[in-house]
Design a protein around this ligand. Sequence first.
Ligand SMILES: NC(=O)C1=CN([C@@H]2O[C@H](COP(=O)(O)OP(=O)(O)OC[C@H]3O[C@@H](n4cnc5c(N)ncnc54)[C@H](OP(=O)(O)O)[C@@H]3O)[C@@H](O)[C@H]2O)C=CC1
Ligand SMILES: O=C([O-])CC(=O)C(=O)O
Length: 439
Amino acid sequence: MAVAELSSPSHTNPRLLHSSQLSSLSTHLYKHRRCSFRSRPPTRYARISCSVAPNQVQAPLTVQVQNTTSKPECYGVFCLTYDLKAEEETKSWKKLINIAVSGAAGMISNHLLFKLASGEVFGPNQPIALKLLGSQRSLEALEGVAMELEDSLYPLLREVSISVDPYEVFQDAEWALLIGAKPRGPGMERAGLLDINGQIFAEQGKALNAVASRNVKVLVVGNPCNTNALICLKNAPNIPAKNFHALTRLDENRAKCQLALKAGVFYDKVSNVTIWGNHSTTQVPDFLNARINGLPVEEVIKDRKWLEEEFTEKVQKRGGVLIKKWGRSSAASTAVSIVDAMKSLVTPTPEGDWFSSGVYTNGNPYGIVEDIVFSMPCRSKGDGDYELVKDIKFDDYLRKRIAKTEAELLAEKRCVAHLTGEGIAVCDLPEDTMLPGEM
Ligand SMILES: NC(=O)C1=CN([C@@H]2O[C@H](COP(=O)(O)OP(=O)(O)OC[C@H]3O[C@@H](n4cnc5c(N)ncnc54)[C@H](OP(=O)(O)O)[C@@H]3O)[C@@H](O)[C@H]2O)C=CC1
Ligand SMILES: O=C([O-])CC(=O)C(=O)O
């Protein structure tokens, strides 16, 4: 199969074309434009540059043709060929699933990959293939990760491959865990971070659109994760927007821990916790609908002031407090929350409960503005899909807080308009806008 990326100043959002469309495209190009073809070995890209003929007013056009038949490099023991059905203990196993992970040499992945390989998410009968995406700067480190995976002798881990090319890594991916992102350095404006990371997620959205399974589930972890997820889904129009998630499960877990501590119960007694909005310090941990031992939180913790102020701020800023103590951002607990988020989609949600995920707002029943990625309460039948929970209570406090995080996400969206195909970016971000890890 081959795909072509079509871009020109008149196409701010480049279109990806499948091989079936290529021959008519090239006929069109020869007829209407002056084209030169240039391939750049040893890469698989061929660049076709077309200039404007003197009597034409069309804008110049560049087409990138990519042959996507090549495979990422398999690693070590994972290059062996074998027949899963040949051995007695593997006969009952399900079909191998492909999991792509970006930022695979980073700290979160260093915890996550081993959890995935152990069967924590998909269970003991589900073999997996891990496709690790890195960059030139992390290629050696990725080999180190693959070596550790080899040495762990996980029976369910059947394939590991590494690559720096998202088109290779995302080929037929059924899950894409997008963790890699540039951290915000000292003195960097949030608008700058949105732009740099947004470019990464725009490119990855295009690659997913071109080569991933049409039913791929995409979980964006790299910050700012809500807006990165929006950019990614806008660049992947052939994949349902509903399949894209931004990770807010860590925030939910943090909120459960704080409620349990205050109520003096173990955290398995806390349920129905929603995180609303952005994975930032404007996020809203919802105590109005949450329950402890099946009772509304306010019947157990009779201290509304603590809930509105101390509890809310503790959850919003937990990441920053941890960085101060630990010297680096949450990695192990983030990996745990990624596992939780994935499990919530592949196992039925317990009766009466729900989980939080940053999802696309179109069609939401809460009156939240459409066309952003916003954390909301979800339930799943365990088939990888989810529905939004309908019976949710709101009061003035909750509405006001939700409006603030919604306004922040709208400002972030305006700031990345150039990456979502919606025109010229205007950055008017609220001054106090921060990631949970910033203080
Ligand atoms: N949503 C959430 O709840 C949470 C989100 N996060 C976010 O997850 C992301 C990853 O965190 P973590 O694993 O701890 O980070 P690390 O710094 O350990 O790893 C990040 C990886 O991102 C990759 N990367 C991609 N582009 C760049 C770039 N331009 N500059 C530098 N590195 C780049 C690097 O890999 P390579 O060189 O291979 O490209 C690196 O290995 C961060 O954005 C963090 O803010 C963290 C905690 C919670
Ligand atoms: O800000 C960060 O990079 C870390 C983060 O998201 C968190 O701890 O929730």
